[in-house]
Design a protein around this ligand. Structure first.
Ligand code: FES
Ligand SMILES: [Fe+2]
Length: 362
């Protein structure tokens, strides 16, 4: 019998995955010594940048009496809580000063810490590592980086908030069958352009990928890349906990994108889309045009999921059908296999045994 996660209740009790990096905030949101509040996996954070240029992330809660540290002040190295003036080193969370202590006090100030998280800036985001509570001291791996294939390239970012659990955000992202209905427009495709597709999927560590293939001829960006005269190939890959990568190559030209779906709380997630390319840098309108179209697509997905969230409030059961919903089934299987291996300490059993062709109409 196929192991598919419970088909109801996904809206409220979708488990969030700790032990990974998540994009917390765009880099451009923090200026100078400014402090920004954000939330990741239900955890309130205050994020900033110290005078050395290093990002930091602390739980937005003073260990004294819970005052949000984001309400305090930052001198470039330490944060001062606005309630009783305790000071904390931004990078390590270590307490540096408690103004109310009298001389000779026995309290060991340097043993007090505000919770802090590894934080790095990469690809225009503050990434924050949310450690596994069962292994809080496990060192963080390097922060994720968008694959790029030349030294010069352009990069752009978009995001959309979704009022659903991270699971619905992710399976919406990996869903091949909604295109003709959600993303129809006269110049792109209509519901009548629906046709049968077959693609070979193969397992990769913590995920799966669509094997490199020539993209469907009806899509405009691929046509542009094809102007190089070289064959165009594309690969799409999903990796736990939340990342979809797409790469398109044609001769020396490339386009690389990553969409992450980040759980903000149990019922709210955010898609962060980041793309880089070395094509058409000379075309002055390419970046604004690309952003207009990408924003339109993301907006269509966003409005769809806002409506879906209305339906999900009533906790409906779900049907995942073959083959169009197979990537969604794999996502749930990968997630539970990963969580199971964390629980047992055994190596993760990958749910996809080998390459497999999926067929659907879209
Ligand atoms: S609550 Fe932060 S110093 Fe008292
Ligand atoms: Fe979509």
């Amino acid at each position: 019998m196929e192991d598919v996660r419970p088909t109801n209740g996904l809206t409220t009790d979708s488990e969030m995955m700790f032990g990974f990096w998540y994009p917390a905030l765009r880099s451009s949101r923090v200026r100078g010594r400014g402090l920004r509040k954000t939330t990741l996996l239900g955890t309130p954070l205050v994020v900033g940048r110290d005078d050395q240029g290093g990002g930091f992330a602390l739980r937005d809660s003073c260990p004294h009496r819970g005052m949000p540290l984001s309400a305090g002040t930052f001198d470039g190295e330490t944060l001062e809580c606005s309630y009783h003036g305790w000071r904390f080193h931004a990078k390590t969370g270590q307490c540096r000063e408690i103004p109310s202590l009298v001389s000779g006090s026995k309290l060991k100030v340097d043993r007090i810490f505000a919770s802090h998280f590894p934080c790095e800036e990469q690809d225009g985001y503050f990434w924050v590592y949310m450690p596994d509570p069962s292994a809080p001291n496990e060192p963080a791996p390097p922060a994720p980086r968008l694959p790029v294939f030349s030294s010069r390239y352009r990069m752009t970012h978009l995001s959309a908030e979704l009022p659903t659990s991270v699971d619905h955000g992710i399976i919406g992202l990996m869903d091949p069958a909604h295109g003709p209905f959600v993303h129809q427009s006269w110049w792109w495709r209509t519901r009548h352009s629906i046709h049968e597709k077959e693609k070979v999927f193969e397992p990769v560590p913590n995920g799966f990928r669509i094997r490199a293939h020539a993209p469907s001829t009806n899509s405009a960006p691929y046509k542009l890349l094809g102007l190089s005269g070289q064959p165009v190939t594309t690969t799409i890959e999903f990796r736990l906990p939340n990342m979809r990568f797409e790469e398109i190559h044609s001769g020396k030209y490339w386009f690389s994108s990553r969409a992450t779906v980040t759980p903000v709380t149990a019922n709210h997630c955010r898609i962060d889309f980041c793309a880089a390319w070395n094509i058409l840098g000379w075309m002055p309108l390419f970046v604004p045009l690309f952003r207009i179209f990408a924003r339109m697509f993301l907006g269509q997905d966003q409005r769809t999921m806002e409506k879906q969230a209305e339906g999900l409030k009533h906790n409906p059961s779900m049907m995942l059908i073959d083959d169009a919903d197979r990537p969604a089934k794999w996502y749930f299987q990968l997630k539970s296999a990963y969580l199971e291996s964390k629980r047992t300490g055994q190596p993760m059993v990958h749910p996809i045994p080998g390459p497999i062709a999926l067929r659907w109409r879209s």
